[in-house]
Ligand binder design. Structure first.
Ligand code: NAP
Ligand code: GDP
Length: 321
């Protein structure tokens, strides 16, 4: 990374969340990241929905590089019930962060999209060129349109101001420090929490929906390593999908059974088929990533899930839930 006055300052918004904590762990354990000062923000450092608070952070930290992860984030059921807030809060945060990156002459900004912003009716696999080719699934359109605008604005900032802004597109993420809220969280932390309670209370382990939808999951530690590589070495405004290969796509039922095994739960697994399934699949191509990082080894899902389950059990009293 190039330097400003001899100093490289990498600022990570959303540094206290699932993804941000994984980047922190990656940086802490990697000797080659010691050439930069890393600053990890949480909402306690300032509310990024607020322009003045965002400017105050940039004034204080003076970042040369920014990884922007902060967002209002939730699983299918949170997205279905709070579409207005998912749109507005994410638009405000993204607008404030991008504009401050322009004003404070940040050398590179990496923002975060998601495969759940992809068109619902499309051909598979979906690649980076297809993001805007059709409407997203209705269940999360507030979140999806706010995220899609990051890609649009990356190009606009490049055209008008020459800014070096790009974005990554992770698939479903899982790992330690997740949001284990059963109502508001994503499927993996929700299932881990429900399996924990089923084991503790001797009740059935309830999986929502039919279990048939397909997803690609990436372990947060793998995603962290790839994101830091993007910050250092990926030079294009166009987004890049950070995903396991298509062949690693699994059903929600597969995931539930892997969690059952990792948690050593011996009771009944029930599928509540009256609950929503959401988007059936959003299969993403990782061809672009594989071309640039043919060497990269992904953590096998059973191994990553075991780590996420063990972390939850060890931190049950204090974790987000
Ligand atoms: P997370 O665990 O819920 O973390 C969200 C982070 O954003 C936290 O650090 C939170 O700070 C911060 N934040 C939220 N509202 C804020 C505000 N108003 N001002 C300042 N900071 C605020 O979420 P995550 O799963 O790590 O997601 C990180 C990024 O990955 C997001 O952009 C998300 O859209 C994207 N993504 C996630 C997934 C997934 O499966 N989880 C998949 C694809 C993409 P506090 O801790 O202080 O609340
Ligand atoms: P998505 O990948 O963006 O749809 O978000 P999620 O991580 O919330 O995954 C949703 C899928 O998992 C849907 O098919 C749900 O029916 C299924 N699912 C099964 N059990 C749960 C659960 O406890 N929580 C959540 N969020 N989804 C669940």
């Amino acid at each position: 990374m190039s330097e400003t006055n001899g100093k490289v300052v990498c600022m990570v918004t959303g540094g206290s969340g699932l993804y941000g904590m994984a980047i922190r762990a990656h940086v802490d354990s990697s000797a080659e990241e010691k050439d930069a000062t890393w600053v990890f923000l949480s909402s306690k450092d300032g509310d990024l929905r607020d322009r003045k608070a965002t400017e105050a952070i940039f004034e204080r930290v003076r970042p040369t590089h920014v990884i922007h992860l902060a967002a209002m984030v939730g699983g299918l059921f949170a997205n279905m019930s709070k579409k207005v807030e998912f749109y507005r809060e994410n638009m405000l945060m993204n607008d404030n962060v991008m504009e401050c990156c322009r004003i404070y002459k940040v050398q590179k900004l990496v923002s975060c999209l998601s495969t759940c912003i992809f068109p619902d009716k499309t051909t598979y696999p979906i690649d980076e060129t297809m993001i805007h080719d059709g409407a997203p699934h209705l269940s999360n359109e507030g979140y999806a349109y706010a995220k899609r605008m990051i890609d649009v604005m990356n190009r606009c900032y490049k055209d008008e101001y020459g800014c070096n802004f790009t974005s990554v597109i992770p698939t479903n993420i899982y790992g330690p420090h997740d949001n284990y809220s059963i109502q508001g969280g994503h499927v993996v932390p929700g299932l881990i929490h429900k399996c924990y309670l089923a084991k503790k209370n001797g009740t059935p382990f309830e999986v929502w929906g039919t279990g048939s939808p397909l997803r690609q999951f990436i372990y947060s530690g793998d995603l962290a390593a790839l994101t830091v590589w993007v910050l250092r070495s990926y030079d294009s405004t166009d987004p890049i999908i950070l995903s396991v290969p298509e062949e690693k796509e699994v059903t929600i039922k597969d995931v539930a059974l892997m969690i059952r095994d990792a948690m050593e739960f011996k009771g009944e697994v029930k599928f509540l088929t009256d609950k929503a399934d959401g988007q059936y699949k959003k299969t993403a191509s990782n061809e672009k990533l594989a071309g640039l990082r043919p060497d990269f080894q992904f953590t096998p899902m059973a191994e990553g899930l075991k780590k996420a389950c063990d972390w939850f059990c060890a931190n049950y009293e204090t974790c987000r839930k």
